[in-house]
Design a protein around this ligand. Structure first.
Ligand SMILES: [Ca+2]
Ligand SMILES: [Ca+2]
Ligand SMILES: [Ca+2]
Length: 444
């Protein structure tokens, strides 16, 4: 009996301890943050690739001082790089079977890939990815030249403009994960931002531009990216500003229009100032914004060598909410230039005719400094007859246009109906009066 009582006591003690420990353990488990959902599509930059760009991603790059290029890499300049799905082993893939490679030979570049994602306005998000890079005049696997700044960093546009040039992009810390010999040097890059709209755009960047930075191999590889919601904004912060007006939907991945800062003045073309007196003296300190529309037949957001220009695209330049100038593309390589602009921030937008669809974002926000020229190229292409594609196109534009048509034709019908009813009413009244008059004549 004694033994079984002590056994029972032991069992009770064990049970008591288990009961006491149980809630604590459960509480600890509950306190751990749940596995966050990765909001990115194709976060590992896997197949399919189109034009060297991983599916669900869009390419972006900046051009600067590129025509003509400074001799002997004596000054900073940026030239469009090439995108490629990396297949090679040897440390060039972080996970899965591919990584996104971007690179140039000898010409320095700034660019990468981007993706726009639906999010909860006001929530904070963390974007991370892994990158490694190589700058060398020698063939792989010679070690990377650590004197070259690879300028790799992560960015988030809190309102999802899809434009690398947007002024409110939050950029993370910059690093240069140089490969050493035949192995990758994968390092994590990260940035956090609070969404101000219902979308954010994440940017993967390398910027190796700078004097004497040119090398035969200037390559960066990106892999294993992640965008997670890390929580609502702190309660003591003011509520986020109202979301911006909805941007016209761009087909495919929104790819920003090509932005080029050039040093030579392109020929001036048709300019339709809406608000500027024509006899204003030219302020020598003014800046110039030049725009053009290219025929982006393959809808990759870039003007490829075999692609020409698009006529009939209307450009608007707005300062704040006020549109200060408009122009229409002429379908040649002659850009539409808006001159005598004060230094400041401008929103430049494209409006395409109904038979076209945009392949880059509809607007770009640029910071114009005195004496500078900013060139923007917007992409669009002729809508296909494919019903699917057109139905997925610019629902807001199509919808509003349809509503306009509908309401105007609806008004026409109702006016006709009113006139018809009125005419019938008058006829009835006249008939009654006539009958009464006839009736009175007969009686008299
Ligand atoms: Ca991968
Ligand atoms: Ca923005
Ligand atoms: Ca193209």
């Amino acid at each position: 009996m004694k033994i079984s009582i002590s056994k029972m006591l032991l069992v009770m003690i064990v049970l008591a301890v288990a009961i006491l420990m149980g809630p604590g353990r459960n509480a600890k488990v509950a306190a751990e943050p749940a596995q966050q959902t990765n909001l990115l599509q194709n976060s590992s930059f896997e197949e399919p690739y189109k034009g060297g760009i991983a599916g669900n991603w869009g390419a972006w790059h900046q051009e600067l001082n590129s025509n003509p290029k400074p001799a002997d890499c004596s000054e900073k300049y940026m030239v469009q790089p090439k995108w490629n799905g990396e297949l090679a082993s040897g440390g060039l893939i972080k996970d899965g079977a591919r990584s996104q490679q971007v690179g140039n030979s000898f010409d320095t570049w700034r660019g990468g890939v981007l993706q726009t994602v639906n999010v909860n306005p006001g929530s904070t998000y963390r974007f991370t990815f892994y990158a490694t890079g190589r700058a060398s005049n020698e063939q792989y696997p010679a070690p990377s030249d650590a004197s070259v700044n690879l300028g790799i960093r992560a960015g988030i546009d809190p309102n999802g403009s899809g434009l690398w040039s947007d002024g409110d992009i939050v950029w993370g810390a910059t690093g240069s994960p140089h490969m050493s010999g035949s192995s990758g040097n994968w390092q994590e890059f990260s940035v956090e931002a609070t969404a101000t709209g219902s979308q954010v755009t994440v940017f993967v960047q390398s910027d190796n531009s700078g004097p004497q930075q040119c090398r035969k191999h200037l390559d960066a590889w990106f892999d294993q990216s992640q965008l997670i919601e890390i929580g609502p904004p702190p309660t003591n912060t003011p509520p986020p500003p109202p979301p911006p007006p909805p941007q016209p939907v761009v087909t495919n991945t929104p790819i920003p229009p090509t932005l080029t800062a050039t040093s030579e003045i392109p020929p001036t073309a048709t300019l339709v100032p809406t608000d500027t007196p024509t006899n204003t003296p030219v302020p020598p300190e003014g800046g110039i914004i030049c725009t053009n529309a290219f025929a982006d037949d393959n809808a990759n957001g870039q003007r490829d060598a075999d692609e020409g220009y698009m006529a009939g695209v209307t450009f608007s330049v707005a300062n704040g909410n006020a549109v200060i100038a408009q122009g229409v593309s002429v379908g040649s390589d002659t850009p539409i230039c808006f001159e005598e602009l004060d230094a400041g921030t401008y929103t430049v937008g494209q409006q395409v005719p109904r038979n076209l669809e945009m392949t880059t974002a509809a607007t770009a926000t640029v910071d114009l400094t005195a004496g500078s020229i900013i060139s923007l190229e917007f992409g669009s292409r002729v809508k296909s007859d494919d019903g699917d594609e057109i139905s997925s196109l610019t629902p807001t534009e199509e919808g509003s246009a349809g509503t306009d048509d509908g309401s105007s034709s609806g008004e026409g019908v109702s006016l006709l109906a009113i006139f018809g009813l009125a005419a019938i009413g008058i006829a009835v009244v006249l008939l009654v009066v006539l009958i009464i008059l006839l009736f009175r004549q007969q009686r008299s």
